[in-house]
Design a protein around this ligand. Structure first.
Ligand code: MEV
Length: 427
């Protein structure tokens, strides 16, 4: 993809941000020595309007297309749902479809704890932290009024300030006084709303604390915005008691061991992040919240639980913070996000969070079932073989042919794929 890079390679490019995407691309191409194919590829922005891309982030030169697949078989709170998932990883969409197929009769039941976001205001250099805490708590009504005045639209939609918390935090530079503004952000993810409130309140909080305020920002550990899903898989439908017990044992392994829990939760996030991305929500915010919640006891552990119920079937549950919205950020302006929300048919952020929680559980069930039985490589290899076949140059029908032969020969490697492609082409 590259030819000789330009001679004078300086990353200090005057006025780069003021240029058009195409002008920037030409500069980057000269810097990196990109060939025509790479430049033409980046210049093709697919189904995202270059003008919109250029507004969403800075210094745009192209877009990164990720496939959007749809998970079928999902019944959530008695309603059938088709779930759009944006991911580059094979098997992720299939895993959700498979889990949903195996419990379609009963499906997933979900709930949420509310739409409450937390904004933190950090006060330092406070002489009397315990008294400062109470001075701030005494101003609750004033704080509520100031927060609500920041966002009358949110208040008119039933949201706004809900609660106040002040925590004392021991640090190497003394006790910090940390104020939490707890705000119902309704159908917005709410970062902008609560950050505005925190910045507005900061000078007053510094005054009441008689200290200095530094940070004023939301917490991504949105543990007052939890989404939950639970489901039962009948033992007879999943291959019998040994499979069921293998899944329970896999969960217990993750519950007891952070090394395993990280991988277990990564699998959960394969499903969750894919829906979060497809709907234009903030994957990093959700991921940070999920992992922080998984460590809330002081030891990082599983986000799901599995047990055998009174009927001898597999009972599974998930609970995690899910700060997602239907308005704000890319959710409203990105056409793929809008279409994804239309496919989901959701009209509230709560419903979206509930669906995402169910997808996380479905994803995890399928991963554990595969791991506790055949292992995941069999399924993965079939799809991986297709990628290898394409990398070796296979096109059209050749891709499936080469991939099948690679799997049959149990040798999914580039060098083998190149030879197999020659055989296929040679007839
Ligand atoms: C791979 O992306 C995800 C898994 O590793 C999850 C797990 O191990 O539970 C299969």
């Amino acid at each position: 993809m590259t030819s000789a890079a330009g001679q004078n390679r300086s990353s200090r490019i005057a006025g780069f941000h003021k240029k058009t995407p195409r002008e920037r691309l030409d500069l980057v191409a000269a810097f990196a020595g990109l060939d025509e194919t790479a430049v033409a590829h980046l210049a093709n922005m697919g189904n995202l309007d270059p003008a919109l891309a250029d507004k969403l982030i800075e210094n745009v030169i192209g877009t990164m297309n990720v496939p959007v697949g749809v998970a079928t078989n999902m019944k959530i709170d008695g309603e059938d749902v088709l779930v759009p998932m944006a991911t580059e990883e094979s098997s992720v969409v299939a895993a959700v479809c498979n889990a949903g197929r195996q419990n379609y009769e009963t499906g997933f039941s979900t709930s949420v704890s509310g739409n409450l976001m937390i904004a933190q205001v950090q006060a330092v250099e406070v002489r009397d932290p315990a008294a400062a805490r109470l001075r701030i708590l005494e101003r609750r009504d004033e704080i509520k009024a100031a927060c609500d005045a920041c966002d009358p639209v949110l208040v008119s939609l039933g949201g706004g300030f809900r609660d106040l918390e002040v925590r004392l935090l021991d640090t190497p530079s003394g006790t910090m006084v940390i104020t939490h503004l707890i705000v119902d952000t309704r159908d917005a993810m709410g970062a902008n709303a609560v950050n505005t409130m925190a910045e507005k309140l900061a000078p007053a909080i510094a005054g009441w604390a008689q200290g200095r305020v530094y940070l004023r920002i939301l917490s991504n550990l949105s543990d007052r915005r939890l989404a939950r899903a639970h489901a039962v898989w009948r033992t007879a439908d999943i291959g019998g008691e040994q499979v069921r017990d293998g899944i329970v044992s896999a969960y217990q392994f993750a519950a007891a061991d952070p090394y395993r829990a990280a991988t277990h939760n990564k699998g959960i996030m394969n499903g969750i992040s894919a829906v979060v991305l497809a709907t234009g929500n903030d994957t990093r915010a959700v991921e940070a919240g999920a992992h922080a919640y998984a460590a809330r006891s002081g030891r990082y552990t599983s986000l799901t639980t599995y047990e055998v119920n009174a009927d001898g079937d597999l009972s599974a549950a998930i609970e995690l913070p899910l700060a997602v919205g239907l308005i704000g950020g890319a959710t409203k302006v990105h056409p793929t996000a809008r279409a994804s929300l239309a496919i989901l048919g959701v009209s509230t952020a709560e419903r979206l969070a509930r669906i995402i929680a169910a997808v996380g559980l479905a994803q995890n069930f399928s991963a554990l079932k595969a791991l506790a039985t055949t292992g995941i490589q069999k399924g993965h290899m079939a799809l991986h073989a297709q990628n290898i076949a394409m990398m070796a140059g296979a096109v059209g029908e050749e891709v499936d042919k080469v991939a099948r032969i690679l799997v049959e020969r149990a040798s999914v490697r580039m060098d083998v794929a190149a030879k197999v492609l020659e055989e296929v082409r040679g007839g």
